[in-house]
Design a protein around this ligand. Sequence first.
Ligand SMILES: NC(=O)c1ccc[n+]([C@@H]2O[C@H](COP(=O)([O-])OP(=O)(O)OC[C@H]3O[C@@H](n4cnc5c(N)ncnc54)[C@H](OP(=O)(O)O)[C@@H]3O)[C@@H](O)[C@H]2O)c1
Length: 244
Amino acid sequence: MADRGERPYTLLSCCMSLDGYLDDSSPRRLILSSAADLDRVDELRAGADAILVGAGTVRADNPRLVVRSRARVERRLREGRSPTPAKVTLTALAKLDPEAAFFTSGETDKLVYCTDDTAAEAHASLGGVATVVTGVNAAGQPLRLEALVEDLHARGVRRLLVEGGATVLSQLLAAGLADELQLAVAPFFVGDSAARRFLDDGAYPWHAGRRARLAGTRALDDVVLLRYAVSDRFDINHWGAADA
Ligand SMILES: NC(=O)c1ccc[n+]([C@@H]2O[C@H](COP(=O)([O-])OP(=O)(O)OC[C@H]3O[C@@H](n4cnc5c(N)ncnc54)[C@H](OP(=O)(O)O)[C@@H]3O)[C@@H](O)[C@H]2O)c1
């Protein structure tokens, strides 16, 4: 692979409650963001080459993951890009509904990274609605996120927006594969330990002895955006107009 070793500039974005939850434990999707925060995410999407979410988020939230603003879609088209970024998900089980909005919405490429053990199942159920990618795990192992992002780079992805969920965000942060974290904080508590927290347990590169750099803060209606540099490659201007 020509681009082996290179990875996209990777921006992680999510919104959590004051007590650090990404969701509650009910089957309904919990809205944490404000309108202004959703607009921030839309601007990030408009600047992205690809949007990545875990299969858990595809199943739990059924997100469309498309650029919503017509003006931003037109800007992308003027730049010779697809109207909305490519969509990427990853799965070990390959139990995804081909009717999910991830696959049915947006005129763009959809990629599903799956483990070799479930490749046949993934091809059978999703091969008609997405490109199924294999070869990024060792036998019997989960996908290697480093290999996945390198493969995305080889496919031309230079700006990768990661919108969750906790499992995917945790792995990328712990592996040092993220460059920027945009963490929005919503002004309420979930108070339910059965719900999904922002991050899993793990050994993160930032701790009491090595603090991440706060690169900006912004109020977005009643939500506060915290922007952190989480790699040496962090560049305040990298994402253009979305910068705080
Ligand atoms: N507030 C926010 O900003 C926000 C954003 C996004 C999501 N969420 C919430 O987050 C929750 C979902 O988070 P989550 O942590 O459960 O799910 P997730 O991170 O979206 O997806 C986890 C799934 O991705 C696949 N996966 C992850 N790493 C893998 C690897 N290395 N190899 C193979 N497959 C891998 C597995 O899929 P399979 O199980 O298919 O094998 C795994 O179960 C939902 O409650 C959602 O509402 C909140």
